[in-house]
Design a protein around this ligand. Structure first.
Ligand SMILES: Nc1nc2c(ncn2[C@@H]2O[C@H](COP(=O)(O)OP(=O)(O)OP(=O)(O)O)[C@@H](O)[C@H]2O)c(=O)[nH]1
Ligand SMILES: [K+]
Ligand SMILES: [Mg+2]
Length: 409
């Protein structure tokens, strides 16, 4: 029997099993069995190197966004609109057969947008180009799940399930469970929160299923069996997802309103002009989608200010609160690898500073559009005068702040 058939068989057994106190241990064990099989499914077949051609596209810019959806929902139309890179769009399904990269220029940052072939139910098990498409989704910083507003609302759930089956977790935080395998000493189980979904015995059974007999486990929140399995598997990817309902030009106003109220959702139409969309409540032109996308990515632009000079407002250093972090230390590492060692302190202007400028250490968390001057150990801080000259491309917020509190030094 193949792996997929075995998964199906266990899923059928779970569906047959009544959910109650007496069966919860058995169900937990079955969940672990499925998780193990799915991980096996993701491993490349033995002997084959790579296993067919993937969609290898080099990463570019400050972040990567993938367009995921059923065929003909308008992914390619959207890529062409947002990036100017042409991707063939047509009324028949599976128009796009490979990965087409485009670049979005927004807020002085560059974001790579990837158009992909449509996927269908069963994608995670290899239907169509499903596996390759999902691999690209996994490599991205944000997923835009494009949905056809006029089609079944079940599509959103079907695709979420396909992505979850390969270890993607959308709009979730990693579970607060500390887990460490040990060589000896048995299993030490601790919890700092009351647990209502799982207990010590069930944990032991799941660990037993994984043939783990020595480990340290600490639950810091009321996590579920699925959360615990995710932590043991350790290969899950936590990614933000925005559900983009396209084609709202062909549905009624009540449907538009209802879809717009779904969590993490935005409703758009590639066919509507801005003035038309103003008449539909909650409707966004695809351009407005950019602002939402940018917010979700948690990018932080930091402008470097050399001593006694203007910062360069055209060239931000782009950090991310989700990836890599956005402290003064992260900023220094972006600028030069020896800067952390040489820094005495940093002067920070902007929303993260309590007063302008604030003397900060390496651990200061920077916020979008902050200005940083690194004062090195050897240099003496001359406490210069001089304001920032108004700069044609300077972001408006900085110009405002400049009026209130001039950026001295
Ligand atoms: N009415 C309407 N049609 C749209 C909209 N956006 C795209 N379309 C049409 O929908 C059809 C499919 O668009 P594509 O961009 O090819 O869709 P896709 O998701 O890339 O399709 P595949 O590559 O086949 O998966 C085309 O005929 C588009 O013109 C929209 O907002 N409203
Ligand atoms: K199409
Ligand atoms: Mg397409």
């Amino acid at each position: 029997m193949g792996i997929i058939e075995r998964i199906k068989e266990i899923e059928a057994e779970m569906a047959r099993t009544q959910k109650n106190k007496a069966t919860e241990y058995h169900l937990g064990q079955l969940k672990a069995k499925i998780a193990k099989l799915r991980t096996q499914l993701l491993e490349p077949p033995k002997g084959a190197s790579g296993g067919g051609e993937g969609f290898e596209v080099t990463k570019y810019g400050h972040g990567r966004v993938a367009l995921i959806g059923f065929p003909s929902v308008g992914k390619s139309t959207l890529l062409t609109m947002l990036t100017g890179t042409h991707s063939e769009a047509a009324s028949y399904e599976f128009t796009t057969l490979t990965c087409i990269p485009g670049v979005i220029h927004y807020n002085d940052t560059k974001i790579q947008l990837l158009d992909l072939p449509g996927i269908i139910e069963g994608a995670s098990e290899g239907k169509g180009r499903g596996r390759q498409v999902i691999a690209v989704a996994k490599s991205s910083d944000l997923v835009l799940m494009v949905l056809d507003a006029s089609k079944s609302e079940g599509h959103r759930q079907i695709l979420t399930k396909e992505l979850e089956a390969v270890g993607l977790r959308l709009n979730k935080k990693p579970p607060q469970i500390y887990f460490k395998k040990k060589k000896t000493g048995g299993i030490s189980f601790n919890t700092t929160a009351p647990l209502t979904h799982i207990d010590e015995k069930l944990c032991y059974q799941i660990l037993h299923e994984y043939k783990i007999h020595n480990a340290e486990v600490l639950f810091r929140e009321n996590a579920t069996v699925d959360d615990f399995i995710d932590v043991i598997e350790g290969n899950r990817k936590y990614i933000k997802c925005v559900y983009v309902y396209n084609k709202i030009d062909v549905v009624g106003i009540d449907d538009v309103d209802r879809l717009a109220r779904q969590p993490n959702s935005i409703v758009i139409s590639c066919n509507l002009k801005a003035n038309q969309s103003a008449r539909i409540p909650n409707a966004k032109t695809p351009i407005r989608l950019l602002a939402r996308m940018w917010d979700e990515m948690g990018l932080v632009r930091v402008y470097s200010k050399p001593q006694g000079q203007q910062p360069d407002f055209d060239e931000p250093f782009v950090l991310s609160s989700d990836r890599g972090g956005c402290t003064v230390e992260d900023f220094c590492n972006h600028v030069h690898r020896t800067l952390v060692k040489d820094m005495k302190y940093a002067l920070v202007w902007g929303t993260s500073a309590r007063h302008n400028p604030q003397n900060c250490g390496l651990s200061q968390h920077l916020e979008d559009e902050d200005v940083v001057q690194v004062v090195k150990k050897k240099e003496r801080d001359e406490g210069g005068r001089g304001r920032f000259k108004s700069h044609s491309n300077a972001p408006a917020r900085i110009a405002d702040r400049e009026k209130k509190a001039p950026l001295k030094q």
